[in-house]
Design a protein around this ligand. Structure first.
Ligand SMILES: CC(C)(COP(=O)(O)OP(=O)(O)OC[C@H]1O[C@@H](n2cnc3c(N)ncnc32)[C@H](O)[C@@H]1OP(=O)(O)O)[C@@H](O)C(=O)NCCC(=O)NCCS
Length: 177
């Protein structure tokens, strides 16, 4: 067998393996819409507590503690390395091993930037943008842009018919501020 053929067969087997894994994972979720994309390295704990709308995308290295229920609305995009945790622990040392479940609700058309963290009990309104690295400690209103730790609003998502501002590409020669 030529190397080319071996590579093609191996690729096909890997694809079939991942397709099967993907189907199995989705069958274990609380609910899962159509055309949902969950990258292979996503870790989900408490799978039956996770509810995904149609066309949700969850990128590589995300970590979801769904034991307390996480609901994610249609078309929401979760960038790489985000953490969503719907479980926490009692603060009392003697009771710390006890899990406390508090649901997370993320609306439709939300975009979570890389490495965002969403804490238990948080609701994020539809169309909102969560900046890269944000730690979301308070509810986010629909179509609001939040950044930072703790996440604070910095703006509003423009209406779809509004022309978006030209992207500001940082100059490689620009001095750091
Ligand atoms: C949230 C985001 C969309 C905002 O973009 P924007 O509206 O163009 O914001 P600006 O670049 O004009 O920044 C506005 C202010 O917020 C700050 N800011 C922007 N993004 C920030 C972030 N993620 N964390 C902390 N501060 C941030 C800027 O430094 C700036 O502060 P200043 O006014 O004091 O200078 C963008 O910065 C972001 O985080 N995108 C996520 C990218 C990503 O994760 N991609 C993954 C692949 S999909």
């Amino acid at each position: 067998m030529s190397h080319h053929l071996i590579a093609r067969v191996a690729n096909r087997l890997i694809r079939e393996y991942w397709n099967r894994q993907d189907k199995y994972l989705k069958s274990q979720l609380g609910s899962c819409g159509q055309r949902v994309s969950i990258a292979p390295t996503v870790v989900i704990l408490g799978k039956s507590g996770l509810h995904l709308g149609d066309d949700v995308e969850i990128n590589n290295l995300c970590h979801l503690f769904a034991g307390g229920n996480i609901t994610i609305g249609p078309r929401t995009m979760i960038s790489a390395s985000c953490s969503l945790t719907s479980t926490t622990h009692s603060q009392a040392v003697s009771a710390r091993s006890r899990m406390i479940n508090i649901p997370i609700n993320i609306g439709a058309d939300v975009w979570l930037g890389t490495g965002a963290i969403v804490l238990p009990g948080i609701s994020i309104g539809e169309g909102a943008i969560i900046g890269a690295g944000a730690v979301v400690t308070k509810n986010v209103a629909p179509r609001t842009i939040v950044v930072g730790n703790p996440a604070r609003p910095i703006g509003t998502v423009p209406a779809d018919e509004t022309e978006l501002p030209t992207l500001k590409i940082p100059s490689p020669t620009k001095e750091p501020q």
